[in-house]
Design a protein around this ligand. Sequence first.
Ligand SMILES: Nc1ncnc2c1ncn2[C@@H]1O[C@H](COP(=O)(O)OP(=O)(O)OP(=O)(O)O)[C@@H](O)[C@H]1O
Ligand SMILES: [Mg+2]
Length: 251
Amino acid sequence: MVVLDKVGKTFRGRTGAWEAVRGFSLDLAEGEFVCLLGTSGCGKTTVLNMVAGFEAPSAGRILLDGAPVRGPGAERGVVFQGHDSLYDWLSALDNIAFGLRLRGLGRRQRRERAAHFLGMVGLGGQGAKHPAELSGGMKQRIQIARALAADPRILLMDEPFGALDAMTRAALQAELTRIWADTQKTVLFITHDIEEAVALSTRVAVMTRGPGGTLKAVVPVDLPFPRDRTSDGFMAAFRQVHALIHAEILA
Ligand SMILES: Nc1ncnc2c1ncn2[C@@H]1O[C@H](COP(=O)(O)OP(=O)(O)OP(=O)(O)O)[C@@H](O)[C@H]1O
Ligand SMILES: [Mg+2]
């Protein structure tokens, strides 16, 4: 469904050229949940932004259903790193409902659907608040609710649970697994958290450190959902991914 073929990205700016990503190749089949892991600055967000269509590759190509990605599209829903992508002038509920207008839903349906996802991220009853009245983790959850409510075929999530406490994080991980299993979405999910990656994904893709970050290895995680984090299989996958990352930190 998504093909990244020898993708490279070099940023050119005031300080000269910076090769962020080099020769990155990865295919995502429909319904897969792939986690992308790597040290800070290795190029994860750059890869996701290219799949989202916000950045064009400087080398190689990215195909979606066989056609080159030329820009963003409604079939790809994005949760950005950080939490400043909400519209300041809209309430939390209206932020979630905003994109649903494009799907042809009436006002009442939009609000009902938005309220459902607001509750799902643990913010039921707080939909009237504006972004300036929300905490960082709450804004992050509104972003997640917005992406899920729009029901895209492909979810591109950049450290979506990074700013959340352990309890909320565990609850949203379970919810995301359930939604993914129910709806057969294809997910590309960036995280720094090895346990999170092994808990959620069908494959963990590990990148080398930058500059010129590229795919180092892919670890398949062939364990049933919901995952038992204390099982031998889980721990074996954790160790395998940990060793790959650790080698990059030491490099
Ligand atoms: N717009 C840009 N212009 C110039 N350089 C950039 C730009 N965006 C990213 N970079 C550089 O590309 C490299 C990769 O950045 P990227 O944001 O993809 O890293 P990351 O793996 O997502 O890191 P983190 O885990 O910290 O979010 C970094 O060295 C960064 O400085
Ligand atoms: Mg990033």
